[in-house]
Design a protein around this ligand. Structure first.
Ligand SMILES: [Zn+2]
Length: 207
């Protein structure tokens, strides 16, 4: 995070970045939005202290039905059972400017369920998140990146202003309801690997 700051990247929440695009037709030069999917507890224990210290904004896409819950089943070997953020942790982070977006109500893959199910997954999650953080929930991330036309439509009709996919890398054109991201993995722990991922963003920003 310090390196990104030193490189001149400026951090926005996802909705701030989108609003900028809607108003001016371009993204802010060197603008960047950090996003986290699923709302795992380590967003609070590991990331939040660093974000707070460096004054960096970020956006976390949460699953209302998972708040405060522990998933033991999908922990990889040698890993702790995955625990999700609690309500209080979410509220504390929201008070410090972290944005909370939607990752559906139950993390169901939206290309595999019926249209009414898609609608309730999308609409219920938005409402729950708004009731919890008392701010509009404007951004969305498709579970596992899967979406279909009905899913896209439901996300837009529910009042979100943008949705993120898990298609990685720069995009040729901006599609606000199928936004690409740059994925940072655990194996990108060496600065040269990490830096390489930001090179296309920089040339995009200046171009
Ligand atoms: Zn997810």
């Amino acid at each position: 995070m310090s390196w990104l700051k030193k490189q001149g990247f400026v951090f926005f929440t996802a909705s701030e970045l989108i609003r900028h695009f809607q108003q001016r037709g371009t993204f802010p030069s060197q603008g960047i939005a950090l996003t986290f999917d699923d709302g795992w507890k380590d967003n609070y224990t590991n990331a939040f202290p660093i974000l707070k210290q460096l004054g960096i904004k970020a956006t976390i896409f949460i699953i209302p039905s998972s708040i405060g819950r522990v998933f033991a089943g999908d922990a990889a070997e040698g890993e702790q059972p995955h625990e999700h953020l609690s309500r209080n942790e979410i509220l504390e982070m929201a008070a410090h400017g972290i944005e909370f977006g939607s990752h559906t109500m139950n993390h169901r893959l939206l290309n595999q369920i019926s249209e009414p199910e898609v609608k309730s997954e999308v609409e219920d999650a938005k409402l729950e998140i708004e009731n919890l953080v008392q701010k509009p929930c404007l951004t969305f991330a498709y579970p596992a990146g899967y979406f279909s036309e009905p899913a896209r439509r439901a996300v837009e009709q529910a009042g979100h202003i943008a949705a993120f996919s898990t298609t990685y890398g720069p995009a040729d054109r901006v599609d606000l309801f199928a936004l690409n991201r740059t994925e940072i993995l655990r194996r990108d722990r060496f600065l040269f690997q990490y830096a390489r991922k930001f090179a296309p963003l920089r040339s995009k920003a200046s171009g």
